[in-house]
Design a binder for this molecule. Structure first.
Ligand code: PEP
Ligand code: MG
Length: 568
């Protein structure tokens, strides 16, 4: 049995398909038959063009014309004589096709990436994609098309990038195993959204397994079995049935209010990444959106989305929620979230660097465009603005000043918006937690981001498997921090929510209830589970348990006590 991080619940049983990262190094050879080399080169290009056009056709049907155009653009680009002509010239001068391709592409990549225009910068990453694809053809490397894997497939890879996840067809993938990534890495969050069992951070797993091996994934416990014997297989088949049965029992909570055992009403919101996810939130019976991760709108794009493009996206989510609250978090990039066309500088410590609100306040034109789009969307429902990665009072004041300025402009332009739109902050850094009393005077609401709060409180990279044993929201330091943030919010009379993954953790829920959390924001697929757990605890019971665990010294003791008291 292999042990990893339990990242997405459920049992998956299926046949392995490995996604291998290939070595693209080659020997730069001198050639003496340019005609034959050019033939080999043009064959690689025409194979690439044919495959790309076929893929574009498929994407047009499955996803949309805009996405298909990007792929078609790649096919056109490599056929452009300005590029392929230069490569031919180098081959004529005795360079091998791989060298000619790399040299010419790199020249264009350098040229485009130095331009100020975002569209031009994007060309650099397009050329880089094309270079890698044609190089693979020349080196005879065959890539797996994730969208074409057979039903019952278990994907095994080093890491699952958001672009890989977007190719997954949920019905065909029964499980995911990776070598890196933690419970709150974005790949884990996406796997949960797709409801595919996933175990992450299993060291060396890609080399340990073969294609077509049978795998069992227990995404609830973090266990993986490869080619299990009959006894293990039947045990897990039963466990899978049991999991599915419990999930369907939760359906009795559909349409019910979220109340604890005393009948006290709590708010149960959803975390989403795209406007389409708002539909999922409604289907799953979410009562609002507690976190709209707006950066996905930027990450899934080839250019900086314009004010109108953003406005349409926010408006779509707001209209889908039909009067229910939608908290839109402003751009939270950096750390593990890159946006290639922004050309962010590589940093030694990206999680401690120029990211989120820091980047936004340093790039005010871009930030004002986003804030304007969000504020305009507030004319269509209940919208709130949320600022990520706050560490100082000044940051909140600066954002509020920008919001004030934009509101004045919109008023003078006669554009409708909610005059009382609220500005709240995420409390997800150690600094924000320690000055929660000061921030509570500035912010209209708090939302605790435990994914980062745990990382920054414990000084532990949230995606690094070597230190994953320290990454727990049940560490006494993190629990004290959560308790203090809620107390400060309550004292100042502002609502406090939680949008980190801990808000849906059945072991955490009684503690949050006792601390007085107002709003729980969870992955849509976990709404019913959270509602069920909340319904089982009275405030008095939650208080007794909380008093007991808050007096404990270690995370291990705390988790053991919470497991013992857990109500299934
Ligand atoms: C968090 O940090 O808890 C959070 C919700 O934000 P993200 O996971 O997007 O960093
Ligand atoms: Mg965060």
């Amino acid at each position: 049995m292999y042990k990893g991080i339990a990242a997405s619940r459920g049992i998956g049983i299926g046949s392995i398909c490995r996604i291998i990262e290939h070595d693209l190094s080659f020997e730069s050879k001198k050639i003496d038959d340019p005609a034959t080399e050019k033939e080999r080169f043009h064959k690689a290009i025409s194979d690439f063009v044919d495959e790309t056009n076929a893929m574009a056709e498929d994407v047009r049907k499955r996803i949309g014309p805009k996405e298909a155009e990007i792929l078609q653009g790649h096919a056109v680009m490599i056929s452009d004589p300005a590029m392929s002509g230069e490569m031919d010239k180098m081959i004529d001068q005795g360079q091998c096709a791989e060298t000619a391709l790399t040299a010419v592409c790199d020249m264009f990549i350098n040229m485009f990436s130095q331009m100020d225009d975002e569209m031009m910068k994007q060309r650099a990453s397009d050329i880089s994609d094309v270079k890698v694809s044609v190089l693979k053809k020349l080196l005879g490397i065959q890539d797996i098309d994730i969208s074409k894997v057979a039903p019952g497939t278990v994907l095994v890879c080093k890491d699952l990038t958001p672009s890989m996840t977007s190719q997954i067809i949920k019905e065909n993938v029964t499980g995911i195993i990776t070598e890196i990534g933690g419970k709150t890495s974005h790949s884990a969050i996406l796997a949960r959204a797709l409801e595919i069992p996933a175990v992450l951070s299993v060291p060396g797993i890609v080399d340990e397994v073969k294609d077509k091996d049978t795998a069992i994934i227990d995404g609830t416990e973090g266990d993986v079995f490869i080619n299990p014997d009959g006894e293990v297989l039947s045990k897990y088949m039963l466990k899978r049935e049991e999991f599915i049965r419990k999930q369907s029992e939760l359906k009795t909570f559909i349409g019910k209010e979220t109340v604890n055992a005393d009948g006290t009403k709590l708010e149960l919101f959803c975390n989403i990444g795209t406007p389409k996810d708002a539909k999922k939130a409604i289907e799953c019976d979410g009562e609002g959106i507690g976190l709209f991760r707006s950066e996905f709108l930027f990450m899934d794009n080839t250019h900086l989305p314009t004010e109108d493009e953003q406005f349409e996206a926010y408006k779509e989510a707001v209209q889908t929620m039909d009067g229910k609250c939608v908290i839109i978090r402003t751009l939270d990039i950096g750390g593990d979230k890159d946006i290639p066309y922004l050309g962010l500088e590589k940093e030694e410590n990206p999680f401690l660097g120029y990211r989120a609100v820091r980047y936004c306040l340093g790039n005010q034109d871009m930030y004002k465009t986003q804030l304007r789009a969000i504020i305009r969307a507030s004319a269509f429902g209940k919208v709130k603005i949320m600022v990520p990665l706050v560490t100082t009072v000044d940051e909140v004041r600066s954002v509020k000043a920008l919001v004030g300025e934009i509101k004045e402009n919109l008023s003078s332009e006669g554009i409708d918006f909610d005059k009382n739109i609220e500005v709240g902050c995420m409390i997800e850094t150690a600094s924000a937690s320690l000055i929660a009393d000061l921030l509570a005077k500035e912010a209209d609401f708090f939302s605790i981001g435990t994914n980062d709060l745990t990382q920054y409180t414990m000084s532990v990279d949230r995606g690094n498997p070597k230190v994953a044993y320290l990454y727990s929201s049940f560490q006494p330091s993190v629990l004290r921090s959560i308790k203090y943030i809620i107390e400060c919010g309550k004292k100042a009379g502002i609502p406090v929510g939680m949008c980190g993954e801990a808000a849906a953790d059945p072991l955490m829920i009684p503690l949050l209830m006792s601390f007085g959390l107002d709003e729980y924001s969870v992955n849509p697929v976990l709404v019913l589970t959270a509602r069920c757990i909340i319904s089982k605890w009275s405030k008095a019971e939650a208080d007794t348990l909380t008093e007991k665990v808050m007096a404990m010294d270690t995370e291990v003791e705390i988790v053991a006590a919470l497991k013992e008291a857990a109500k299934e």
